[in-house]
Design a protein around this ligand. Structure first.
Ligand SMILES: [Zn+2]
Length: 476
């Protein structure tokens, strides 16, 4: 392997970086629990210290909440703009808040007393996401030490509310405005398939949810007197749920697939090359068999194909024993995961038309939409993904495979608010117990991540084509 830019730097500071990370992990920055609000604030201050130590300037802890009133958990921002106004500007995103720790009795040790054994660090937040934030900041510090400057402008934004659904993130981005303007977003908050199978996420699914209330009568009716003649709300809801898919596992909503983009041959090939162990997949989910769209692999079904799931179906009597009624009301809740180029608004229209067509006349129906997140993808052919692939290949010795994330996160808001493509340098592993007891981080992945983050800055610096036109860009 060629000598990497940060090899020597890293040899000189592994112990120090690990000790710093351990100190940060001792702060229980659980954003979901108001009792930990002061810890989240301490974690933000700690992160600000890391940014200053890395050589970033204009470092600040940013209050969040409506209008920045401080009722939300603080984010942290820092920048290095020495590459000049004509150079590429990259915004690095991560978060410093962590998931709650329960069930506590399943942890092998206290979650905020980090331990290291056999090259594995164990503590809440080590891989999701403090370790990966430290990885990026260590790379910035290392490249500044080695080259005296960075090949690109770097802005770092570390959120404090990611684990509670980023309720104030868009508001924060809007208030920061030009301060966070950039050409490209680099997210470090994801996993790789395996240490010897490097991979990178290139897209995330969108999401739109619906709540359908059905009423077939003024009130429940006696099943002996009325049963056999009047509509049953439970049956109407069950038929609607059953009609959602055809017998090939495809969603039956008219026009649902119209805007679904097929994978490019390169991405399809990469997705097919991802290792998949069906037995392990079944065991992990605790299920007896798999369902879904016929002719599509599990990775396609969870990543590049849209889905419609029933998340709740309620009607009639659920108490002890039985009750002789024909239920008058039912409620059906659905969650639809969207893929490029589906949009929540168009899907909502198609969905409402489908419901109207499938509910019998005479049934009162109210459809409410909840939320709406657009899907996100950066094509594997995009120069920023190419640069990331080269950086990973230099460190791991193999080019990364491409993955799609089945979920949705604040990345879509970043892409939309900043109008920039998003790439993912994530080094955690599937076995790292994100959000679960005994969260872990493989230190060899962390160190390789520091090297790769350094190489990525170099690769991006050579990509002039990524810089966007920017009238009025304030510059350094
Ligand atoms: Zn995370």
């Amino acid at each position: 392997m060629d000598e990497l830019l940060l090899s020597g730097y890293l040899d000189g500071c592994r112990d120090e970086l690990l000790a710093t990370l351990v100190d940060w992990l001792r702060i229980p920055s659980v954003s979901a629990d108001p009792a930990h609000a002061s810890d989240v604030a301490r974690s933000a201050e700690f992160c600000a210290g890391l940014m200053r130590d890395a050589g970033l300037t204009n470092v600040s802890v940013l209050p969040t909440g409506p209008g920045g009133d401080g009722t939300g958990a603080p984010a942290v921002y820092g920048e290095w703009l020495g590459a000049g106004p004509q150079a590429l500007t990259v915004l690095v995103y991560g978060h410093h808040d962590v998931q709650p720790v329960d069930p506590l009795d399943e942890w092998e040790g206290p979650p905020f007393s980090p331990t290291v054994s056999n090259g594995v660090l164990r503590a809440r937040g080590c891989s999701d996401d403090k370790g990966q934030v430290l990885m990026q900041l260590a790379a910035v510090r290392g490249v500044l030490e080695r080259l005296g400057g960075l090949p690109v402008n770097v802005k770092v934004l570390v959120e404090g509310e990611e684990e509670v659904g980023s309720p104030h993130f868009e508001d924060l981005l809007a208030r920061l405005g030009e301060r966070v303007a950039c050409d490209l977003v680099v997210v470090s908050d994801t996993t790789m398939v395996a240490p010897d199978v490097p991979s990178t996420t290139v897209g995330m699914r969108g999401l739109v949810a619906f709540d359908i209330s059905l009423r077939t009568a003024r009130s429940d009716l006696h099943s002996g007197i009325w049963g056999g003649t009047v509509p049953n709300a439970a049956l109407v809801a069950a038929r609607l749920a059953a009609a959602l898919h055809d017998d090939r596992g495809r969603v039956s909503i008219d026009g649902f697939y119209d805007d679904v983009r097929e994978l490019s041959p390169e991405e399809a090939g990469s997705l097919a090359a991802l290792p998949f162990d069906e037995r392990a997949f079944l065991d992990k989910a605790g299920v007896g068999y798999l369902t879904g769209e016929a002719g599509r692999s599990a990775y396609e079904r969870t990543g590049s194909r849209p889905t419609a799931e029933v998340v709740g179906l309620h009607s009639g009597y659920g108490g002890p024993g039985t009750k002789t009624i024909v239920p008058a009301t039912a409620n059906l809740k659905l969650a639809l995961r969207l893929v490029p180029d589906q949009q929540p608004g168009a899907v909502e229209q198609a969905f409402r038309a489908w419901v109207a067509e499938h509910v019998p006349r005479g049934v009162e129906v109210v459809v409410q939409r909840h939320g709406g997140v657009a899907p996100l993808v950066t094509p594997v052919e995009h120069p920023s993904v190419r640069a990331l692939s080269r950086a990973i290949e230099k460190v791991w010795g193999t080019a990364p495979l491409f993955e799609r994330s089945g979920g949705s996160g604040p990345e879509e808001a970043l892409a939309r608010a900043l109008g920039a493509p998003v790439i993912f340098l994530g080094v955690a592993l599937p076995e790292d117990n994100f959000h679960a007891p005994n969260e872990r981080l493989d230190l060899s992945q962390l160190w390789r991540g520091v090297l790769a983050a350094g190489e990525l800055l170099v690769e991006l610096g050579a990509q002039e084509g990524l810089v966007r036109a920017r009238p009025g860009h304030p510059g350094p």
